[in-house]
Write a protein that binds this ligand. Structure first.
Ligand SMILES: [Ca+2]
Ligand SMILES: [Ca+2]
Ligand SMILES: [Ca+2]
Length: 528
């Protein structure tokens, strides 16, 4: 990503197909129209949603991947989808290519969402395959012995992908049950000479639990195949014993043919769309060694540096450091990657609920931003945690307000430069950016307070600027449900609102009202 770049997630989970906010046009068309505005606002890259056909066709957000090579150009009528639609939720392939072209001509990079953990929407006419049921909360616990669904059983599911509409265009690889590790929805089970429907009453667990979903792990590859045994993949999260399985038909990266096909697809996608990078979905469920192999292959084959950010959901940073090490410091061809800062996002959420009881310095501890800032991609919210998706994860307040975003983006590109000095107390923290580097307009002080509203807090900060005046540039505060930008002399601060002087050692007392952020700029420094 560019220096101080900003990646824009150009979709959300509940965005209606051809939403009115998009002028009732497909998202790709709207994105093309907005390319110049995004660039002007300071956006340097756009993260586009999964651009390939999902099980849900036109209504699919895109994470239920059916055909990685269908960018909205094949009529899926004869497959499992509703008739007569080439397009995905976001439009068709031509509209996607036009949008990307518009972004690039405005100097905005394009990062694709890479969903390679699983596939959905295959046909049922596939083989029975040997499997064993494993416990959902301990994937290493296999249900052996002599009982219902114990030991080796044969199961059948939606695992056949023949893509007969697309045929062999772009790839002749056809998927079936042998290319997967596990699934959680079976249509038939065969055990001890009896066969029954997976969805029938006999499918109920002996405990009578109908709601629980099971996981069926496939045991073997085809006769003569090396390796002959299947297993959950290595170098995945060890939560639940082994967190290879997430959903759908879990892809088996233990197989050479599968690894090659998905690498080939990555290379094809970069060339076909003219991508600049990736956001890789669900990496804690995919072998880290394979991600290194995949990223290395695609970078080498396309001769592009391809900025890559991985989505690894974790509350703490230890698994993130382990992951970064495994991908970027292990193996013959280590690959640089960035990681989304989920620990920081979870702290933001907690802070939003706890108000003044939250110790603000905690935001700067145990986060990737604090521990490995060069590789941290920070964010406030995303499609998985937005309101309505996960009630436990939502923020207490939903900020909006374009002025506020515009100001932050501009300050970031013009002032968030040079050395960073940080000062903290329980309810007030402040950062100084020193400037003194190419492109910097001067020194900036940003102060955040979570004290009760209406009170004024202050924090002593050394600025490195002796006997220097800083002026109050703006305060960002919540007002009538929106974040607003209060500019100029700020009445709450009375006579002191206009300026703060540093002393002969460069130290000054910077102010912020409770539950606001205030921005102070060095005298004569001007934001454009
Ligand atoms: Ca997996
Ligand atoms: Ca495997
Ligand atoms: Ca797997």
């Amino acid at each position: 990503m560019l220096n101080n770049g900003v990646m824009f997630q150009f979709f959300s989970w509940f965005l209606p197909t051809d939403a009115s906010i998009q002028g009732s046009e497909p998202l790709w068309v709207f994105l093309e129209e907005q390319a110049a505005n995004l660039s002007k606002a300071g956006i340097t890259a756009v993260w586009i949603p999964p651009a390939y056909k999902g099980l849900g066709g036109k209504s699919s957000v895109g994470y239920d991947v059916y055909d990685h090579f269908d960018l909205g150009q094949y009529d899926a009528n004869s497959d499992e989808f509703s008739p007569g639609e080439n397009r995905t939720k976001y439009g068709d392939k031509d509209q996607l290519l036009s949008a990307v072209k518009a972004l690039k001509s405005n100097g905005v990079q394009v990062y694709a969402d890479i969903v390679i953990n699983h596939k959905f929407g295959g046909k049922e006419e596939d083989y029975f395959w040997k499997a064993i049921r494993v416990e959902k909360n301990n994937r290493n616990y296999e249900r052996r012995g002599n009982c219902f669904e114990c030991g080796e059983i044969d199961v059948k599911g939606f695992t056949k992908f023949d893509f007969h509409v697309r045929g062999n265009e772009h790839s002749s690889f056809k998927w079936n049950v042998c290319h997967f590790d596990a699934l959680d929805t079976v249509t038939q089970i065969s055990q001890g000479g009896n066969t029954w429907n997976g969805s029938s009453e006999e499918f109920i667990d002996p405990n009578g639990d109908r709601k629980s979903k099971y996981i069926y792990r496939f045991l073997y590859n085809e006769a003569g195949w090396n390796p002959p045994e299947k297993s959950f993949d290595d170098w995945v999260s060890l939560e639940k014993g082994n967190f290879d399985y997430l959903t759908g038909n879990d892809i088996d990266f233990g197989r050479f043919d599968v690894r090659e096909e998905i690498k080939y697809w990555g290379q094809w996608l970069v060339d076909e769309i003219d991508l600049d990078g990736f956001r890789i979905d669900a990496v804690k469920h995919i072998s880290a060694d394979y991600i290194r192999e995949w990223v290395g292959h695609v970078r080498a084959k396309t001769s592009k540096s391809l900025f890559t950010v991985a989505e690894y959901i974790a509350g703490g940073t230890t698994p993130l450091h382990d992951y970064i090490n495994r991908v970027s410091a292990t193996g013959s061809f280590p690959q640089n990657i960035s990681v989304l800062d989920f620990p920081l996002r979870f702290k933001f959420k907690q802070a939003s609920f706890d108000n003044e009881n939250y110790s603000l310095p905690d935001l700067n501890r145990g986060t990737l931003m604090a521990e490995q800032p060069a590789l941290a991609v920070t964010f406030v919210e995303n499609h998985d945690y937005e309101f309505g998706r996960d009630p436990d994860s939502k923020y207490n307040v939903y900020p909006s307000g374009q002025n506020y975003i515009d100001i932050l983006l501009k300050l970031r590109s013009q002032f968030a430069l040079g050395e960073e000095w940080y000062f903290e107390e329980k309810n007030i923290v402040g950062w100084l950016r020193n400037g003194f580097v190419s492109g910097a307009k001067g020194a900036m002080v940003a102060v955040i307070s979570n004290a009760p509203g209406g009170t004024v807090q202050s924090i002593q900060m050394n600025t490195g600027r002796k006997n220097k005046k800083f002026y109050h540039f703006a305060t960002l505060k919540l007002f009538a449900g929106q974040f607003v930008v209060a500019r100029g002399p700020y009445s709450l601060f009375g006579d002191r609102a206009g300026e703060i002087w540093t002393d002969s050692s460069g130290s000054g007392k910077f102010l912020a009202e409770g539950r606001t952020a205030s921005i102070w700029l060095e005298e004569d420094a001007v934001l454009n």
